[in-house]
Design a protein around this ligand. Structure first.
Ligand SMILES: NC(=O)c1ccc[n+]([C@@H]2O[C@H](COP(=O)([O-])OP(=O)(O)OC[C@H]3O[C@@H](n4cnc5c(N)ncnc54)[C@H](OP(=O)(O)O)[C@@H]3O)[C@@H](O)[C@H]2O)c1
Length: 324
């Protein structure tokens, strides 16, 4: 089978898709014919040796995928050959076949394409966990979303609107803000050009109730200061580069809460809650309430094009690789 196999760390464009043996089935696992794989920033970091997880060589890159089950390992009862599933094993997905733990497979809707499913789990489940389990949202509140046209950002816009929030999208281009409006944003801020805090005040009067922040860096302080009394700041990630360091007095002055979100680490602590969230998300998809946005699909061999788009901030929603 073809796979993006990593034998040493190197800049992503120097890696190659090669022919390797298909992985052997294991107890408690299923084998997938991978149809599409979502590309995430950690995939780029991992092949370059810059990610906290460094699998032993050789390894196959790719954290998440969707495909058909073609073999079922010993002890697996709830999954059958032929089922369509999405999974996020962390590695092994940029390949024509992958062996993944049965417990992490999410059956996908018949209506959902493999491309949509390949990038669905991480971004939707992160935002849904943040908004449903962590943010204490009340209908009618206002949420500011940074990096709002990115993978997790756009799902926060869409889910936030669906959950009754007024949504202010902040992004770096007008084209991105237009996409956010299509996904439900009530207002847009070009945060690379406009004064973020002043614009939030102008739109809301007293400030936003919630900030969803997957970007960090220089935007974190004005975003935190744009919250009103009792606001909640959701720390999602640091796509902007720098991990922000803010003074505690901002939390004291307006009784703000800064709440960390670590979706991947939350799952093993609450596997039932995670499965419930996934089922609710699939139902929303089936009812047409959420629409995963795939901004580009590239063949596995052209993985570097997908990684370039992602690292150059050109992706709006998700970029995926397709196999076969
Ligand atoms: N906490 C969790 O459980 C969890 C789960 C999933 C992901 N994450 C993290 O969330 C972050 C975003 O993930 P994502 O999948 O949404 O990524 P993404 O699709 O690449 O989106 C990130 C957005 O950040 C903005 N950005 C600002 N400065 C940037 C820079 N220097 N380089 C790249 N992007 C920049 C871009 O929007 P503009 O161009 O509009 O500025 C971009 O659309 C990552 O750090 C990821 O690790 C956390």
């Amino acid at each position: 089978m073809k796979a993006l196999q990593v034998t040493e760390f190197a800049p992503f464009a120097e890696h190659k898709v090669v022919d390797v043996e298909s992985p052997a089935i294991k107890p408690g696992h299923v084998k997938l014919r991978v149809r599409a794989a979502g590309v995430n920033f950690p995939d780029i970091l991992m092949v370059q040796g810059q990610y906290q997880v460094k699998p032993p060589f050789p390894f196959i890159a790719g954290a998440e995928c969707a495909g058909d089950i073609i073999d079922v390992g010993e002890g697996v009862k709830h999954l059958k050959v032929g089922m369509r599933v999405a999974a996020l094993p962390g590695v092994g997905c940029f390949a024509e076949e992958a062996v993944v733990p049965a417990e992490i497979c999410v059956p996908i809707s018949d209506k959902m394409s493999y491309e949509e499913a390949a990038g669905f789990v991480m971004v939707y489940a992160t935002s849904y966990h943040a908004l449903k389990d962590r943010a204490d949202i009340k209908a009618g509140e206002t949420m500011l979303v940074l990096g709002a046209a990115g993978g997790v950002g756009l799902t926060a816009v869409e889910l936030g609107k669906h959950m009754g929030l007024n949504v202010i999208a902040a992004a770096s281009t007008q084209e991105k803000l237009d996409v956010c409006k299509e996904y439900g944003a009530d207002h847009g801020i070009l945060y690379t050009e406009e004064d973020l805090k002043a614009r939030v005040r102008e739109i809301t009067g007293k400030g936003a109730d919630i900030c969803y922040d997957p970007v960090g860096d220089k935007f974190a302080e004005p975003a935190l200061r744009s919250l009103k009394w009792g606001g909640r700041y959701l720390v999602i990630g640091f796509a902007g580069g720098e991990i922000p360091k803010v003074a505690f007095n901002w939390m004291l002055l307006k009784e703000l809460d800064v709440r960390g979100i670590h979706w991947g680490a939350w799952i093993p602590k609450n596997p039932k809650g995670h499965m419930t969230n996934m089922m609710e998300l699939m139902q929303m998809y089936n009812e047409g309430k959420i629409r995963p946005r795939v901004s580009g699909a590239h063949k596995l061999e052209n993985f570097a094009d997908a990684m370039t788009e992602l690292s150059e901030r050109k992706v709006m929603g998700k970029v995926v690789l397709t196999m076969g």
